[in-house]
Design a protein around this ligand. Sequence first.
Ligand SMILES: Cc1ncc(COP(=O)(O)O)c(C=O)c1O
Length: 463
Amino acid sequence: MPLTRGGTVRSHDGGDPAELPDTSVSMPSRAIPQTGFGLEGAYELISSELLLDGAARLNLATFVTTWMPSVANQLMSETAQKNMIDKDEYPQTAEIEARCVRMLGALWNAPDHEQATGCSTTGSSEAAMLAGMALKWRWRAHRREAGKATDRPNLVMGANVQVCWEKFCRYWDVEPRLVPLEGERYHLGAEEAVEHCDENTIGVVAIIGSTFDGSYEPVKEIAAALDRLEHERGLDVPLHIDGASGGFVAPFLQPELEWDFRIDRVQSINASGHKYGLVYPGVGWVVWRDPQALPKELVFDVNYLGGHMPTFALNFSRPGSQVIAQYLMLVGLGVQGYTEVLQHTQDVALQISSGIEKLGSYRLLTDGSQLPVFAFALAPEVENYTVFDVSDRLRQSGWLVPAYTFPANLQDLSVLRIVVRSGMTHDMAGFLLEHLAHHTEFLESLDAPFPAPRPEYRKMFAH
Ligand SMILES: Cc1ncc(COP(=O)(O)O)c(C=O)c1O
């Protein structure tokens, strides 16, 4: 192997050449280098540069899976070259995707899960686009049938929705009707949802596991209020459930809670396989309760083994390995395994939230007993520091705990949020609590307000 240019240098001492990274090079950042660094040299330099990223498992901001068992790594690297869209060349991968859809239809209690229609996506954001389009197309078809105007569709949801729903509205020309939060109501309420509906409402989105605090929105109450609306005013407004996180949590940890297709008004559900579905990023799912819930015009037929394979997606090529890894986790863990993993995750969340409450300087908004996710604010008597200072101090110990303000009408409420995922142990939780106690003690010792940075230095977490 030649001496690599600018990548690694080899020792010339006659023994086994030791490969050392060449520290004199700068990584190209604007144009492709004329002569490559050599793949091994580039590998060394890129992996060194990536050390600057935070440690994924200390990242308590993300909902996305940061640990999978080694067999999953093996299966994913063995299947990385499979293109999900090539149903013809990889019919078994397509079959595995269909099995996952049926399993999720059954998990979410679709009336006839063999009939449940759905697909994999790159994540809940793409799933939200597809579900939102189905709502818009259905609404438009009904309006056209009735000879009514179709130019002002709206979608009703809490102001706490994840940004993917605002994106959906902007990209597909739908008015976002964001229901403001009030007082101690940190998510969508049933009566408030109905008050925002009219004949142009394509649907209501209810979230199982709000991004802001991990709480579940009251799906059953929202559905009952929409039933009353239909009874009293003749408006039949479908309900979509954003189960990005909770779609893989509630069925295992709160099986009695009715939030899914057990409720007639629920027409579709999305979930992120790469969150509590326990797969590395990017896989999501969307399932409709029956084929009627998905307008036929949205589905494209691709040729599949001489037959037809319906597809509904925004993109074309994408890796098959995530879908295969989802199947691995579903059949490898089974209901019992998912329940155990999630129960452990929740136990860790409860350990951390109760430890934080005991510190005395914080007030819990949620405690992790719905999603293993909770948000906490400063106790009212704290004056000398903010949640942003706490977040900054925790970074010194390697922990990424985001601080942010709530949306309308609770913009004065600033919180920290902890997302506990599989891979977080009770021991790690103990260290986190020790570090938080230490930093809180420091901040409590201040005898004047901690100096606030100028706004351009204040990093705000974006959902
Ligand atoms: C409630 C909710 N919906 C949608 C999303 C978007 O999910 P994804 O990252 O899978 O696109 C998130 C992400 O955190 C979320 O919490």
